[in-house]
Structures are given as structure tokens and as C-alpha cells.
Ligand binder design. Structure first.
Ligand code: ARG
Length: 269
């Protein structure tokens, strides 16, 4: 009787162990194999940043479009899988890759030393710089950093612009907002005096809003303004594959045509 029990316990233990081995083998599956097995590439983004990613109306329905979405589609096509765009606020985009809910983050993302500690980044696919967007009448009012002292300066929460402002413009009153559209509304109605954002995005807002312009104050171009795709640390083969595809995109200047395509759509917020 006693022996039987021991045998039973041993069998349980053994099954338990082999189950554990199985499940750990599963989690050790490479990120690339995981995507291929699912047959879907899940891309996290925050569609409030035209021309990179934004919402538009297609046949009366909201759809996420933009140059990053075209890039995401190209990656999915090349990997031979379906694309699934997962939308969320920008300050959740990187978390979603970190906790494995998304395979990639493509969101006008800039490479930064802090982010590189936590994520793998692809090679850059686009270069952009930070600019200061203000009301047209304030262009000359903000010409040097000290002009921002005590001014309400908006940045999007979780962005490299937020980090930059907190480190370099700490005399300003920094207002972190969840959505870029919210920041622009606050600028238009005078609740904030300026916004730091990526220059291509500022251009879009200026073409829609003739009352907005770039301040005389400019920021030095930093290497981290390069836009790239974020994925989990140690993505190995996946990173290699993505870089291969990006290499071709850069070589053929395809991203420029993605931007042109994105410019055809009207932004809805
Ligand atoms: N380039 C900045 C960053 O990486 C801002 C990106 C904001 N993207 C967006 N989809 N709202 O932090």
C-alpha cells in the first residue's frame, strides 16, 4: 500500500516535471517562430500621430492608416503572416511589447538609450527632429530656452520629448498629456503655450491649422530621433529578419512613398 502511494506520487511528480518542461520549451520558442506559428504579426501603435499613424474614415468607418501602418503591412507580407494592428494610448505601446501582448511596436518611435536597455530596436527607417509648435503670434517670443521659463509646455506622455523636456527644459511648466490631439487643442485655446513633437507631425498640424507655426527656438538633432521598431529584448532571428526587410525599404526609399500615401487621408480625431 505504502509502496503504491510512493509510486503514485512519483508518477505525479514525473508528469508534473514533463509538463513543466513542455511549457518552458514553449516560452523558449523564438519570437520569430512564435509569429510564424500564430500566423499573425501583432503590432502595437497609438494612432494619434499623423502621418505615422492616425485614424481616418473609410466608407464611414474609422480605420487606422499611416506610413507606419504601411510599413507594418510590408513586414507582415514579407514574413508571410497576417497583420493585426493593436491600438492603445502611446504610454502603453512599449508595455504591450514588454508583456508579450504585441510582437512589435511601430509608433513613430525614437530610439533612446533608456529604451535600448529594455528593448531591441531595428535599424532606423526614418529620421525626424524635435520642433516647438506654438501659436503663430508667438514664433519670435520663443527663440531661446530661457523663453520657456515658467511657460506651460505640453509633451505627450511616455515620449522621448517628455524625457527631453524634463531633462533640458526643467524651468518650463511641463504638462504631460495622453493624446497628441489633446495637446494641440490646448495650444489652440491657449491652455498651453507650446508643444514639443516630431517635425513631420508638426507639419501635418500646421497644414490643418494656419494659426499654428514653429517657434524660432530649435533643438539640436539627436541621433535618438531616428525612428525604429521596438521588439522584446533578445529577439535574435526576428530582429535579423526585420532588419533585412528594413534594409530593402531604406535602399528603395520606400518609406517616402508610404508617407506620400498617408498624406492622401484626412485625419479624424
Ligand atoms: N518619437 C517620440 C517617441 O518615440 C514620440 C512618438 C509618439 N508616437 C505616437 N504614435 N503618438 O517617444
Amino acid at each position: 500500500m505504502k509502496l503504491k502511494k510512493i509510486f503514485f506520487a512519483a508518477t505525479l511528480l514525473f508528469t508534473g516535471l514533463s509538463l513543466a518542461a513542455c511549457s518552458s520549451a514553449k516560452t523558449e520558442q523564438s519570437p520569430l517562430d512564435k509569429i510564424k506559428e500564430k500566423g499573425t504579426l501583432v503590432v502595437a501603435t497609438s494612432p494619434d500621430y499623423a502621418p505615422f499613424e492616425f485614424q481616418t474614415l473609410v466608407d464611414g468607418k474609422n480605420e487606422v492608416v499611416g506610413s507606419d501602418i504601411l510599413l507594418a503591412q510590408k513586414l507582415a507580407d514579407e514574413l508571410g503572416v497576417e497583420l493585426e494592428i493593436s491600438t492603445m494610448n502611446f504610454d502603453n505601446v512599449l508595455n504591450s511589447v514588454q508583456n508579450g501582448k504585441a510582437d512589435l511596436a511601430i509608433a513613430g518611435l525614437s530610439i533612446s538609450p533608456e529604451r535600448e536597455k529594455v528593448f531591441d530596436f531595428s535599424d532606423p527607417y526614418y529620421q525626424d527632429g524635435n520642433v516647438l509648435l506654438v501659436q503663430k503670434g508667438d514664433v519670435a517670443k520663443y527663440a531661446k530656452v530661457a523663453d520657456l521659463d515658467n511657460a506651460d509646455l505640453a509633451v505627450q506622455k511616455g515620449t522621448t520629448q517628455e524625457t527631453y523636456a524634463r531633462a533640458n527644459l526643467s524651468n518650463a511648466n511641463i504638462v504631460s498629456l495622453t493624446l497628441m490631439g489633446e495637446a494641440v487643442n490646448q495650444l489652440k485655446n491657449g491652455q498651453v503655450k507650446a508643444i514639443i513633437l516630431d517635425s513631420s507631425v508638426a507639419s501635418g498640424y500646421m497644414s490643418q491649422n494656419p494659426d499654428l507655426a514653429l517657434a524660432e527656438l530649435t533643438f539640436e538633432a539627436e541621433p535618438e530621433n531616428a525612428k525604429a521598431i521596438a521588439m522584446a529584448k533578445d529577439s535574435g532571428e526576428l530582429k535579423k529578419e526585420i532588419n533585412k526587410i528594413i534594409g530593402k525599404i531604406v535602399e528603395n526609399d520606400d518609406y517616402k512613398s508610404y508617407l506620400e500615401e498617408a498624406a492622401k487621408y484626412t485625419v479624424v480625431e
